[in-house]
Design a binder for this molecule. Sequence first.
Ligand code: PBG
Length: 324
Amino acid sequence: MNRPRRNRRTPAIRAMVRETTLTPADFILPLFFHEDAQDTPIASMPGVTRWSLASLVKEAGEAHALGIPAVVLFPKIEESLKTPLAEESHNDTGLVPRAIRALKAAHPTLTVITDVALDPYNSEGHDGIVHRHATGALEILNDQTVAVLCHQALCHARAGADIVAPSDMMDGRVAAIREALDDEGFTAVSILSYTAKYASAFYGPFRGALDSAPKDGDKKTYQMDPANAREAIRETLLDEAEGADMLMVKPAGLYLDIIARVRETTTLPLAAYQVSGEYLMLKSAAAGGWLDEKAIVLESLTAIKRAGADMILTYYAKQACGWL
Ligand code: PBG
């Protein structure tokens, strides 16, 4: 008789036949920071902090020492610097370029990934440039936005970023950024494209952390409809053709089918982003004493990797390293 339970009989046998193993090298740590000298706990994300520049460097160093290869940077930009055309997004002396330089100087082997999108910089809180029609309707301008994203990616590359990660979902931005980088000699800077980024309610706590929620309207004309899976394949094929080095699916935990389908479509490395709302759900269930935090976090991360993700962006990266 076939008895699959024989392969589950002891911890040693289970370890031998295990198909998916998490390691610190799988994780990318998202980090929030601001201009203030004070570190500020983020109310919408218990356990997550918005760091000063000095603390950001220290926190990234601790993560790297645990074996985490990379961080991704999310700045909170002062309200007075936000403009309709988001000029601050490509200011060479701005907060992000200074953070990149400080991180690379302190931790040369740490991989620094930057977010390329306009929402922290634009007075409308949208990932692109907003045009308001006479009717009052909002339009997020695609090609004008892509031009600014290219300036932003170049600004990050000049400061020493290893990987730029466009999270804006404008059409054609991967090809445009690749060309801009190559033209300026940054042929070694990689593009991690947010390929299938859904218009998800699970980004709520993140927007609270950065004060970056759209002032008006929503992001549904550029981020994907959560009801669509085939469309993720279309985005995958386009990003691959446009020259992306790595792809991403976001959110992660509720989109395992998308991770699996994108995995089958491309040979490129694939990342998945366990977003702020996923973090908050796990955190609050654990804080209530209802679920075992270590067990649910490791199970959720294992599921994301099992579905096909090579890399996982997670606010739990440091804690998970301690648990492995
Ligand atoms: C902005 C951006 C968002 C996230 C990463 N980059 C928010 C959004 O698109 O509204 C969300 C991350 C999270 O929720 O953890 N371009």
